[in-house]
Design a protein around this ligand. Sequence first.
Ligand code: T1G
Length: 687
Amino acid sequence: MTAVNPVVDLVRDGEIAVITLNSPPVNALSSALRSGIKLAMDQALADTDAKAILLICAGRTFVAGADISEFGKPPSGPSLHEVIDQIEAAPKPVIAAIHGTALGGGLELALACHYRVAVPSAKVGLPEVKLGLLPGAGGTQRLPRLVGAEKALEMITGGDPIPAKAALALGCVDVVVGEDSLRSDALAFARDVVAQNKPLKKVRDLSDKLKTAADVFANFRKANARRFRGFQAPENCIKAIEAAVTLPFDQGMARERELFMELLQGNQSASQRHVFFAERQVWKIADVPDDTPKLPVKKVGIIGAGTMGGGIAMNFVNAGLAVTIVETKAEALERGLGVIRKNYEATAKKGRLTMEAVEQRMGLLSGSLDLSSLSDCDLVIEAVFENMEIKKQVFGRLDNIVKPGAILASNTSYLDIDEIAAATNRPESVIGLHFFSPANVMRLLEVVRGAKTAKPVVATAMQIAKQIGKIGVLVGVCHGFVGNRMLAQRQREAGKLILEGAMPWDVDRVLYDFGMPMGPFAMSDLAGLDIGWSRETSKSSTPREMLCEMDRRGQKTGAGFYDYDENRNAKPSAITEKIILDLAAKQGITRRSISDQEILERCLYPMINEGAKILEEGKAQRASDIDIVWINGYGWPVYRGGPMFYADSIGLGVVLAKLKEFEAKFGADFKPAGLLEKLAVASKGFN
Ligand code: T1G
């Protein structure tokens, strides 16, 4: 065995030269790995006794792509193109042996080989679009030659990997071998290639599958316009695949390069790469190391079978955990369990679940009207009405009922976890688990650490988040935690802007065009304008109050800020416009024309400023955690990286100057946070 360099070994096994890549954790194609492959190929090609070359990886996976952390840095070592060209042009057969995932540059490397062997559990894919990029090492030119343009469009613009079996059916891999015998089976395959003098199958030379109907690309664009809204990468992917179909290979490669560099140098990819690493950082807690003991969680109790309680329960049942839901009234319990069954049956109807699985999940779910039925639960999550007194009562009772050592969690969206914990004699076991509606769908889970929450409880809560398929973000106790606390800033400004001169549909249009799924007023109409509203306390002091007083409660009443047709399509409302004009006049506000830029800045900059305060107070560990909260909980467009990353991309100096201008015009709501001021002055960023 020759160590070609620290991450690549070369050994000859009979007449086969075996190149082993060993660069944990995922054999990302760093400069060291690329150099090692090139050196090993040189040696294997020079070795006259080596009749074929096997490329295999040590560790948990085949190559998971280019090394994303090298992007944006000065290039070093051979480029991936050089390595790939050397392999494809090799005069000896090169075989890739794939286990784990062959992703991005990893699959492109394998597609340059003359044959590919994979284990059944392997997955292959080109996920670059998820990083705001496209496969930039021949993937957009070689994959269509193997699977056809339509399948390539789906795989490359979607970015999701496919299992080995499907890859075999598509011709992406040549054979699927034994799960635990990859090396020996791949060696046997290589020997057979030599023995039978099989041809050097170069994907670049294939063309049969490239015949494509003229309208395939136009139809694909049309069918996916909504899904790709705001993203640049999907269109560049489509253009590159079009080049594969219309141009000779080398010209197609040149076109791919142009389209790749355009994306690599753009803001969107920088944002999405930031999110890639940010999503992996959230799990790292400075004072709660990975080896912190975790508490066993087998049985879960949920208090409240309403929308949130039901959705929360589904997460645990989906993860195979037994769940008991407690309600105060039988009809509420029945209704709650009924909604869960309906949800599962709807999923089954769409073919995404079998009826057997529906019954199996419903089998894990039980209902009760008795809180003491939760006595032996390992975790109890309270999802009752958002009222402190009610929550404290519930926690006081749970304290007397549930076994010692169990975790008591609240799904509160705003309230003080420390005050709730103080209603028990075990504040160390109390934590906030703030789910987002619909709780069985939304990926975000704000894990709210109380002043006395024990480290094993924090560690267990983060582990549970992973177990139920959520992205857990650790936050501190403050009103509205991270997400809602920042949202309040935007909602306040949106409410002021429509009195000062804009209309709800102007504000919504600006934020929609920015990339949010919908603006604040359309969102309020969807959620219902009467959440937290009561006729008794209503004073006609805001447009929302006045709309509720007129029974315009949102989509559910066919009217709110917008008027809705029978298909729930929204259109600006003359009634809302009149309410706003009258209220502004009544409040002595002289309306003025407000630019889209001001609307955007007034809505986003106070949020960013609040994010800075959250960091100052230590209510979030890092700025990128705040970005993950907003992307996974509030629909912030991933191609803008999150509010804190967005602020960095604009420049904190710009944000600071604008906040100061607004402070002078509109008051203390815009007073810049100390941290923002300090970083801006130092020309630094949050991330
Ligand atoms: N580059 C650098 N670091 C990477 C990496 C990569 N490609 N992939 C993973 N890591 C790090 C990650 O940050 C984490 O670090 C650790 O490895 C474990 O990852 C020219 C342009 C392979 C499915 O997009 O999808 O090729 O936090 O926690 O859950 O066309 O990692 O421990 O310090 O995610 O088991 C295309 C990215 C690149 C695949 C494993 N490839 N990776 O998931 O572990 S662009 C990708 C993944 C490209 C070419 C282009 C997943 C995984 P740390 P992990 P996991």
